[in-house]
Design a protein around this ligand. Structure first.
Ligand code: ADP
Length: 236
């Protein structure tokens, strides 16, 4: 009888961490969301489309997206310096690119859509949790989207293909592969691979990531539906 591989936190290889999603958590932002995936905690504020400053950044035929991914000094095991690191600059760009494809930018020329991500607690998969939260915050801001973007990482840990790695797994994983998908459009907006996977492992990992993102997408849609159902209830 084969025994299933049990992970450091008791999960099976194809199991996500517990998810919590809330939208509209910040009154002063146009849209906002808070997402927990296990111990990873992320808060996102979105502004716009709004008049752009400095004006020379404006595009005549579309909105531009500006994105800042920031890790709070208290978010990591060792205090992180508040100054932006190279990693934060890179992740800001990667997240912006993963989301921009979903937004009808051409509807809002000469404007900016500004996204602020604060990682409150980092326990692996912060870029994926950020993308999931940004997607919700953009929808909450009323910004028209082609589709929600759903994101999760898969990886190879102790020879097993596993879903949604936590930091402890991520530190020693043979490979780590975050992806982001617009599921109803069948479109990948982010795919990165760190480490080495065989072709067979890649296929297995990719299929697992699609499965995981479907579950995340379900929670995202439920979260949006619940808030709009309650607003409608208040109006009736
Ligand atoms: P992601 O958070 O998207 O998985 P990385 O693979 O770069 O991105 O980081 C993996 C994990 O490593 C993070 O989620 C976090 O828990 C930890 N980490 C990243 N940067 C730092 C840092 N400067 N100090 C301590 N831990 C960090």
């Amino acid at each position: 009888m084969s025994t299933e591989f049990i992970r450091v936190d008791g999960r099976l290889p194809d199991q996500l961490r517990p998810i919590k999603m809330v939208v509209g958590v910040l009154d002063r932002a146009d849209g906002s969301a808070y997402v927990e995936q296990g111990n990873t905690k992320v808060l996102v504020a979105v502004y716009g489309p709004r008049e752009i400053h400095p004006k020379h950044q404006a595009s005549l035929d579309s909105a531009i997206v500006r994105c800042r991914y920031h890790m709070a000094p208290f978010s990591t095991k060792e205090r992180k310096t508040p100054a932006p690191s190279r990693r934060e600059v890179e992740l800001s760009k990667v997240i912006k690119d993963a989301l921009s494809q979903a937004i009808f930018l051409e509807n809002f020329p000469r404007t900016s859509i500004d996204i602020f991500i604060e990682v409150l607690e980092a326990d692996g998969g912060t870029r994926c949790a950020s993308i999931n939260a940004c997607s919700l915050a953009l929808a909450n801001a009323g910004i028209p989207l082609r589709d929600l973007v759903s994101s999760v990482a898969v990886g190879k840990y102790k020879g097993h293909i596993v879903l949604d790695l936590n930091d402890e797994e991520d530190e020693v994983a043979e490979a780590d592969m975050p992806i982001a998908i617009m599921l109803s459009l069948n479109k990948i907006t982010l795919l990165q691979v760190n480490g080495v996977l065989t072709e067979e492992e890649f296929k297995q990992a990719f299929n697992l990531a699609v499965k995981g993102s479907m579950e995340i997408n379900r929670v995202q849609r439920e979260t949006l539906r619940s808030i709009y159902a309650s607003i409608k209830g208040e109006e009736d």
